[in-house]
Write a new protein. Structure first.
Length: 78
């Protein structure tokens, strides 16, 4: 595993822990979808590092979407 992949996975887990108290949201949906897609691709390609990449990508992309949604809400208030 590359150091970048390890760092992305750790950051993804940290974001999941931060968003855990908020209940169901886009971050958990992205992580779940990332794991499902990652398992399917990993079984086909026989490369389990793809699971970590998919999990990290799904989680971090949804964190960004959550931030964009929060930012747009703040802009609408002003």
């Amino acid at each position: 595993m590359s150091p970048l992949l390890i760092a992305l996975t750790v950051v993804s887990v940290i974001f999941l822990l931060i968003y855990f108290a908020r209940g169901r949201n886009a971050v958990w949906g992205g992580a779940t979808l990332g794991i499902i897609v990652g398992v399917i691709i990993s079984l086909i390609k026989h490369s389990w590092t793809l699971l970590a990449w998919s999990f990290s990508h799904g989680t971090l992309s949804r964190v960004i979407f959550e931030w964009i949604g929060r930012l747009s809400t703040e802009i609408k208030r002003e």
